[in-house]
Each structure stands twice: as structure tokens, then as C-alpha cells.
Design a protein around this ligand. Structure first.
Ligand SMILES: [Zn+2]
Length: 108
């Protein structure tokens, strides 16, 4: 367990209302918990619910923007944190590829 994240989590959990905790736990919300220092960079940190170890957890998003994820500091479980439009962008890309295929077919 990452003691640094654990300490930050406890610090921030105390500031959350019961409603916020409910939404994090039952609706998979990620709630912004200010900034955290990571390798000399200040990154936005989030509190989220880990379905694997069933605990609140705390981390900064990792990975490329479209494949962002959080890692539970207790059990190491990877939690998806890609933005809402990442899935849409993937759909549009395949739609465009399909349209191009139609176009090429029509021309050929
Ligand atoms: Zn966990």
C-alpha cells in the first residue's frame, strides 16, 4: 500500500459529504481531490471507489489521455478513467474508416 496516497486519501475523505461518498461508491464517480506531486509534477488527484478491494482509493490519472486510468493504492487494481468522449472518438474513427471503404468501393 502506497502510504503517501493513503495519507492523502484520509485527509481528503474527511472533506467529503455523505452524498459525495455515496455517489463515488455507488455510481463510480471520481471526485477531484486537488493536486498531488508526482515526480516533481503537480497532477490532479481523484478519490474513487475500488470495486476490487471495496475501499475508497486515491490516485492521479495515468496513461495517455484516451486510455487514462487510476490505480488503487491499496490493491493495485486498474480503474478506467478515460474521458467520456474517448469511446465516441473510437466509434467515429471506425465509422470514418467504413465510409472511406464505401467511397473507395464506389470509385473503383
Ligand atoms: Zn483496490
Amino acid at each position: 500500500m502506497d502510504w503517501q496516497n493513503g495519507a492523502a486519501l484520509n485527509q481528503n475523505l474527511g472533506k467529503l459529504s455523505d452524498e459525495e461518498k455515496f455517489f463515488i461508491k455507488n455510481h463510480g464517480h471520481k471526485i477531484s481531490a486537488g493536486m498531488a506531486k508526482r515526480e516533481d509534477k503537480d497532477l490532479p488527484a481523484y478519490i474513487f471507489w475500488c470495486p476490487d478491494c471495496e475501499n475508497f482509493s486515491y490516485d492521479c490519472p495515468r496513461g495517455s489521455l484516451e486510455e487514462q486510468h487510476l490505480i488503487c493504492h491499496r490493491c493495485g487494481e486498474k480503474i478506467d478513467f478515460s474521458p467520456w468522449w474517448a469511446g465516441l472518438k473510437r466509434e467515429l474513427k471506425s465509422l470514418l474508416a467504413w465510409l472511406r471503404g464505401l467511397e473507395n468501393h464506389a470509385e473503383g
